[in-house]
Ligand binder design. Structure first.
Ligand code: HEM
Length: 511
């Protein structure tokens, strides 16, 4: 039966030392005594290491933290191994509780660090951050970790909780669609929701450390729903928006094809108008569609007589989706889509006929900015993981952090995450103070450069992080699991939403 902290029996180090053999094995970790007599044989690291004379019956705190993530001990099956506490001693290691702010240096952006002031974040941003951190820690994170591994889509419970708090609506950013809505139980008013509130949401969600699952978690909605919201025809527009916000239906943006990715103007999939103009027939394919496997609706720019036209295509006869296996989890639901003589009513057209390029381009800045928020936050999480590891890991008789060559890596990693966050906050401030038209005119280049640089830095940070973690940075479980995940998936940010080179060039041309 689980033993609570209050009922732990006081023990002396001498008493513990007597239990130092196979079948009768105790150890001390951070003042708590664990009985490993039975568990020893099942220990993932083997029984041998536990029988070492410096471990069996001894204080194994340092060696334990040099090999395990601290939350290992919080798992219920290991909590049950606790049998006592060393008399007069208390645990020194403080485990993070859901919603906690990290105390590791540079683990949080400066606006969440008590000593620093920020001109941008007000009370309502801070209040939203608090509830959002707890929500991610308690609701999203456990599901994310399980599904990233199993490859399954986000659970119904998580999707329902997101709809209930109005998180789906908030992820589309500020706008009339939020007016009058109860956001996270009223923590912020829909009318006052701005891009800094959205930044908070994007960055808290990015902390779940599961890139594939993240793309499957309604990321398709963030980029697929705006064309419906801004260019859809009533009553279809309101129907689809509500279905998606309430979590009943899933939508994704289907632009890329095997023939064209960032080169949107050269798409090949066609839509042909019927003679009476009442419906369109769609033929062709779409590739790498995030969330496509889970989607009920696809927003697609299609080739029409005079250019591109955007359409809302419901899943139905003639629409087929096949899973594409990429280097991140199939929880992302990345799809190859075939449209085979799919007939849709003219009311499903989004924006003017042959005016689809504008409809699609109109959300690109926002999409890229969302990706910058996430990339900056996940890079920062990697820095936190590395700092924790380098402080607890001993090599050549000293903590890893005592090696100058490792500190030099940290200098470069920390400078990168700080620079990107500061630039991101500055761009976000401009977004808050410019009309949509001004943003399109003035910020496309800034955001393109910001995304290009965020993902360049993420790549360099991933590289340094793996070298700091060694083999563990290439191992899917244990200490380095987030580093392994990050180094394998950071490239998605560098490609999706516009490849680095395309964005850099866009920025220069916009100058
Ligand atoms: C309460 C005590 C312990 C528990 C519950 C525990 C649990 C675990 C778990 C779950 C793993 C798999 C990797 C991970 O999830 O981090 C692991 C790996 C390992 N453990 Fe333990 N362990 C305990 C004590 C120790 C001690 C005292 C040592 C001392 C040498 C040790 C040495 C190892 C080693 C060498 C590995 C393999 C690590 C790797 O592959 O990087 N464990 N342990």
């Amino acid at each position: 039966m689980a033993t609570t902290e209050q009922t732990l029996k006081p023990l002396t180090r001498d008493e513990v030392a007597k239990h130092n053999k196979q079948g009768d094995l105790w150890i001390i970790v951070d003042s708590i005594v664990y009985d490993l007599s039975k568990f020893g044989a099942m220990h993932p690291g083997g029984i041998g290491v536990l029988l070492d004379e410096e471990v069996a019956g001894q204080d194994a705190t340092t060696v334990f933290y040099g090999l395990h993530r601290s939350e290992v001990l919080l798992r219920p099956q290991y909590q049950r191994l606790k049998i006592g506490q060393i008399e007069g001693e208390k645990p020194l290691i403080k485990h993070m509780k859901p919603g906690d702010i990290s105390r590791v240096p540079y683990a949080e952006p400066t606006w969440l660090t008590p000593e620093f002031k920020s001109p941008y974040f007000k009370e309502s941003h801070r209040a939203l951050q608090k509830v959002m951190r707890k929500f991610v820690d308690e609701v999203i994170y456990p599901d994310a970790q399980a599904c990233e591994e199993s490859g399954k889509r986000a659970s119904k419970e998580v999707l329902e909780a997101m709809a209930e708090t109005n998180l789906n609506a908030m992820r589309l950013g500020p706008g009339k669609h939020l007016h009058g809505r109860e956001l996270f139980g009223g923590v912020v008013k829909g009318e006052e929701f701005d891009y800094f509130h959205e930044l908070v949401i994007n960055q808290e969600v990015a902390r779940m450390g599961a890139r594939g699952y993240g793309d499957g978690l309604n990321a398709g909605m963030v980029i697929g729903l705006p064309p419906v919201l801004n260019f859809g025809q009533e009553p279809l527009r309101s129907k689809v928006v509500e279905e998606v916000f309430s979590g009943q239906k899933v939508i994704s943006l289907a632009i890329s094809e095997a023939f064209a990715g960032s080169d949107v103007a050269n798409l090949k999939t066609t839509a042909t108008k019927s003679e009476d103009g009442k419906y369109w027939t769609i033929n062709g394919t779409k590739k790498w569609i995030s969330g496509g496997m889970h989607s009920d609706y696809f927003v697609s720019p299609l080739k029409t007589e005079g250019g591109l036209t955007a359409f809302l295509v419901p899943r139905g006869e003639g629409v087929e989706t096949k899973q594409i296996k990429t280097s991140y989890s199939t929880a992302a639901g990345t799809a190859y889509i075939t449209f085979d003589n799919v007939k849709i009513p003219a009311e499903n057209m989004l924006g003017p006929e042959d005016g689809g390029l504008l409809v699609i381009l109109s959300n690109f800045n926002h999409e890229r900015w969302v990706m910058c928020c996430a990339s900056a936050r996940s890079s920062r999480m990697v820095v936190e993981e590395c700092l924790k590891w380098a402080a607890q890991r001993e090599v050549f008789g000293r903590p890893l952090l005592a090696q100058a060559v490792i500190r030099a890596k940290f200098a470069s990693m920390i400078a990168k995450v700080e620079a990107i966050q500061a630039w991101l906050e500055s761009v976000t401030y401009q977004m808050n103070n410019m009309t949509y038209k001004e943003q399109s005119r003035n910020l496309a280049g800034q955001i393109a450069f910001l995304k290009m640089q965020s993902t360049r830095f993420a790549g360099e940070i991933a590289d340094d992080a793996v070298n700091i973690f060694g083999g563990r940075g290439l191992t899917k479980t244990g200490m380095g699991k987030f580093i392994e995940q990050f180094q394998r998936t950071q490239k998605f940010d560098a490609i999706l939403g516009g490849a680095e080179e395309v964005l850099g060039d866009l920025g220069v041309r916009q100058a």
